[in-house]
Design a binder for this molecule. Structure first.
Ligand code: PLP
Length: 434
């Protein structure tokens, strides 16, 4: 093992050489250095605001649903390490990937039957969209190559996913003329419990019908739009999309990368609506936050359509496709989740967030407070002062990462009631400070 870097040396090298998400170069804000993590706690290399440990309110961006260093997942990784960390997937196969794919088919909506194991969420969206475009090409309808989505979405940072991210919140203005031009509907009216608005539903149907001749697919995040604005909508709109897509011969893609594996209170958000997509992406919590892996699942119809084409193969094959280490941990994570009363745990977290965040509604500058499953959101009426809000949360002993006008939390499902209360107090403190 090399000597550990002194904290100031580490931070200096970090600032000079290392890109961070959405970061400038050299870096401007000083990141906190995490030395280790276990359960729901991040341990800092150097104390910040008097804290050497922080309760994690972010699940490392939706992924660490069981917390850190879970003994079951640690063991799965170690056992697999003793066999092999990786082997190419072209011409070879192995038990971890096969077991995981079969398990995903078993637990996702019924018609989804075929699995492409990708190495990140964005790549799984690329693959999902490639499946849809190639499906129509194979059927002799190459003009069906555009995509329709609603505003306020987020589907990743590579090119095709970027083209269906929210055109205002995303980086569209920077890339106008470069990004594929897709068809945008208005964002779905907010409110998980709100009655679907018939006028909005009619506009959605009309737009899909009008563009059907050129549309390969409609792609949306079901029920919760995450990084595009943390907003919730009625599952009724997903039924509208399903009906309109069926009526007009357009494929339907659900991006469940953030919502999958119980986060919204159902195993997959599509279950709130009782509809199944033609193609579905999962990622983030797939490996319990241990390793990078995602998947695009499709129906027999989509797979058979592609296989009847002039080029009867799906031309995609990442180097680390089906990575055995990630697949083994993913299967262990899914088993761990389904082997417990996870619905009760998510309901418990939901109740804790509702109770703990209720007081935010009375704070000055707060526009909305919303909770669904293990997701809590406080929306301000102004841009968050991110450094100030983050400092306030750290002072309260909690790690949060606000963005835009949003201070939000999606804690690990294993967060106990006392830590959950601390997370809520930190959200309130951040909302006041930011
Ligand atoms: C995070 C996310 C992605 C992108 O996944 P990466 O693993 O970051 O590439 C795509 N879609 C949704 C809904 C996401 O939340």
């Amino acid at each position: 093992m090399p000597e550990p870097l002194a904290p100031d040396v580490l931070l200096d090298l970090d600032r000079r050489h290392v890109w961070h998400p959405y970061g400038p170069m050299p870096g401007r804000q000083e990141p906190l250095v995490v030395a280790s993590a276990s359960g729901v706690r991040l341990r800092l290399a150097t104390p910040a605001e008097g804290r050497s440990e922080l309760v994690d309110g972010m699940s490392s961006w939706w992924s660490a649903i069981h917390g850190y260093r879970h003994p079951v997942l640690d063991r799965a990784a170690r056992d697999q390490l003793d066999r092999m960390s990786h082997v190419m997937f072209g011409g070879l196969t192995h038990e971890p990937a096969v077991r995981l794919a079969a398990r995903l088919v078993e637990i996702t909506p019924e018609p989804l039957r075929h699995v492409f194991l990708a190495d990140s969420g964005s790549v799984s969206v690329e693959v999902a969209l490639k499946m849809c475009l190639q499906y129509w090409r194979s059927l002799g309808r190459p003009e069906k190559h555009r995509l329709l989505t609603w505003r306020g979405g987020y589907h990743g940072d590579t090119w095709q996913p970027m083209s269906v991210c929210d055109p205002d919140g995303g980086m569209h203005h920077l890339w106008s003329g470069v990004l594929a031009r897709q068809v945008f509907a208005d964002a779905p009216p907010p409110g998980f419990d709100a009655e679907p608005d018939p006028a909005y539903a009619a506009r959605l149907r009309e737009l899909i019908g009008r563009h059907a001749h050129e549309l390969a697919a409609v792609v949306v995040e079901p029920v919760v739009q995450g990084a595009g604005g943390m907003s919730f909508h009625s599952p009724g709109y997903l039924r509208v999309l399903r009906e309109a897509c069926d009526e007009h011969d357009v494929l339907l893609v659900f991006d469940e990368i953030a919502t999958g594996f119980g986060r919204t209170g159902r195993l997959f958000a599509a279950e709130h609506a009782g509809v199944a997509p033609d193609v579905m992406c999962v990622g983030k919590a797939l490996t319990g936050g241990y390793l990078t892996m995602a998947a695009a699942l499709c129906t027999a119809r989509v797979a058979e359509g592609i296989s009847r084409g002039e080029v009867p193969v799906l031309a995609h094959g990442p180097t680390f496709m089906g990575n055995p280490l990630a697949a083994a941990v993913a299967s262990a994570s899914v088993d761990l989740l389904l082997g417990q009363d996870w619905e009760r745990e998510v309901k418990r977290v939901e109740a804790g967030l509702r109770e703990g965040l209720a007081a935010a509604a009375g704070l000055p500058g707060v526009r909305d407070v919303r909770v669904l499953g293990a997701i809590g959101v406080v929306q301000l009426d102004h841009e968050v002062d991110v450094p100030a809000a983050t400092r306030a949360a750290v002072r309260a002993g909690v790690w949060l990462r606000p963005f835009r006008d949003l201070i939000y939390t999606m804690p690990p499902y294993v967060t106990d009631d006392a830590d959950l209360a601390a997370v809520c107090r930190a959200v309130l403190a951040a909302a006041t400070a930011g």
